[in-house]
Design a protein around this ligand. Structure first.
Ligand code: ADP
Ligand code: MG
Length: 449
């Protein structure tokens, strides 16, 4: 057991980690952080949820100097959600480095804002491969000063077909940077990538000692809709993620659950970024306790207490299966992963450790449904309008007379705020909010569906 306090890092960092509640290093952090600080290249494999983000974010924040104009650190990640998540972790531990500029670059958002941020001088750039290439070809991103390169979720990026893009991005870096590769699985193509871009890397492999935290169960069923109802009505989870392989299936299952009085929400690749964020927000704040998703959602989603992961469809690869079920039992908690399958052959290949169970053994409570505790109100104003949580809370409690106990999570983003209100009061609060002001300003509000 090693404590952050015993590491050779700055006092400010130790204090900050303590106030964030981080005390003991996870295995992957214990092995990676000292090597990174020594300047070594590493290839680090550890399962989802093992704390890889902090394993590179901590030494990077320690080592990087702020305000150098050109970026010194480049982090490539597979999805926009993950870029934001990494940026969030870095910012949260870097508050003592107030001038440190962290810029995220991913598709689906206008180039203009990203250009402005880059012009102001970025120290750490976090981006997806496609958008990074876009900026490189426009010469709006200059990589000549990069000292540290991180590939996060490298397995996933290769799955998505980004091998050549990654090589192309790296070819824009002048002197060879210290390179850190993180991955949950280690398929052959990672080996190839590592050989190409790393120099005598130290390989770190954390075996999944916590695996037994996830109870893996599989049910054979020809009628998957019947099966899913039986599963939900017997396991009775507070929240669950259900994975489907296709967008169409995701939409259909969402409709089916809705018809059966389960408060679900769905996301897949066709969703606009904002809709995706809003759906995830409604899931995380308890408005829609069931998330039906394709694999786009299985990355970059950081919600700690998902009790149950269900594979409505078995994924095509065991690596995808590992990632999906890694959404439960995070940070030492227990979790259950259930798969519905049609052929035993496929189950053995994808999920060899799942225990096959007969669906007729389930104790189904026909009356059971899951409904969200809250509804989410969207306020069309955020940090840019200098709105804070406290302002919204003040209006709700003082002006509208709402009891604190009926208010759930309040999330304030750049442009918008999202407030979870007990569903019995949400409509009323929504109506009143339309006609009142927050900090003397009137905002457009609506109820998220
Ligand atoms: P990975 O990238 O390996 O999938 P994350 O970096 O997303 O994992 O971390 C998973 C969760 O563990 C996060 O909620 C994070 O805050 C938490 N975590 C990370 N390091 C520690 C630690 N040393 N102690 C306690 N919790 C931690
Ligand atoms: Mg990660």
């Amino acid at each position: 057991m090693q404590k952050f306090d015993d590491l050779n890092i700055s006092q400010e960092m130790k204090t900050r980690l303590k106030s964030l509640g981080f005390e003991i290093l996870t295995s992957v952090q214990k092995q990676s952080i000292p090597l990174i600080i020594e300047g070594k290249d590493i290839v680090s494999r550890a399962k989802t949820g093992s704390g890889k983000t902090l394993a590179f974010a901590l030494p990077i924040v320690e080592m990087v100097a702020s305000q150098q104009k050109l970026p010194q650190v480049l982090i490539i990640a597979p999805t926009r959600e993950l870029c934001e998540q990494i940026a969030g972790v870095i910012k949260s531990i870097a508050i003592h480095k107030a001038n440190l500029k962290v810029v995220t670059l991913y598709g689906g958002t206008p180039l203009k804002g990203q250009l402005l941020s880059l012009e102001k001088g970025a120290d750490i750039v976090i981006g997806t491969a496609g958008r990074l290439i876009d900026h490189l070809s426009r010469e709006t991103l200059i990589l000549s000063n990069i000292d540290i390169l991180v590939l996060d979720e490298a397995d996933r990026m290769l799955d998505m077909g980004f091998y050549d893009d990654i090589i192309k991005i790296i070819s824009n870096i002048k002197k060879r940077p210290q390179t850190l590769l993180f991955s949950a699985t280690y398929p052959e193509n990672i080996e190839r990538l590592a050989k190409n871009i790393l120099k005598n890397p130290t390989k770190i492999t954390i075996e999944d000692e916590e695996k037994n935290n996830i109870k893996q169960i599989a049910f054979q069923s020809r009628n998957k809709n019947d099966a899913i109802l039986s599963i939900l009505k017997s396991y009775k989870p507070k929240s669950a993620i259900i994975f489907c392989n296709t967008k169409i299936q995701t939409d259909e299952l969402y409709d089916f659950l809705y018809d059966n009085e389960f408060d679900a929400i769905s996301i897949h690749g066709d969703f606009e970024q904002r809709d995706r964020n809003e759906a995830l927000m409604q899931f995380a704040n308890g408005s829609r306790p069931i998330l039906v998703a394709t694999d786009v959602a299985s990355r970059g989603l950081d919600i700690d207490d998902i009790e149950l992961v269900i594979n409505y469809d078995l994924p095509f690869k065991s690596e995808t299966y590992t990632h999906r079920i890694g959404r439960t039992a995070r940070a030492g908690k227990d979790g259950v992963a259930i798969s519905i399958f049609d052929s035993t052959y496929k189950l053995e290949e994808i999920a060899p450790e799942a225990i096959i169970t007969n669906i007729s053994t389930l104790k189904v409570d026909e009356k059971f449904t899951i409904s969200g505790q809250y509804e989410t109100i969207h306020i069309d104003g955020g940090k840019r309008d200098k709105l804070r949580k406290g302002d919204i809370l003040g209006t709700l409690c003082k002006d509208l007379g709402l009891d604190n106990a009926n208010i759930g999570k309040i999330e304030v983003t750049d442009k918008a705020s999202y407030v979870a209100i007990d569903k019995h009061f949400a409509k009323d609060v929504f109506k009143k909010l339309q006609n009142c002001t927050i900090k003397k300003r009137k905002y457009r509000v609506w109820l998220l569906k």
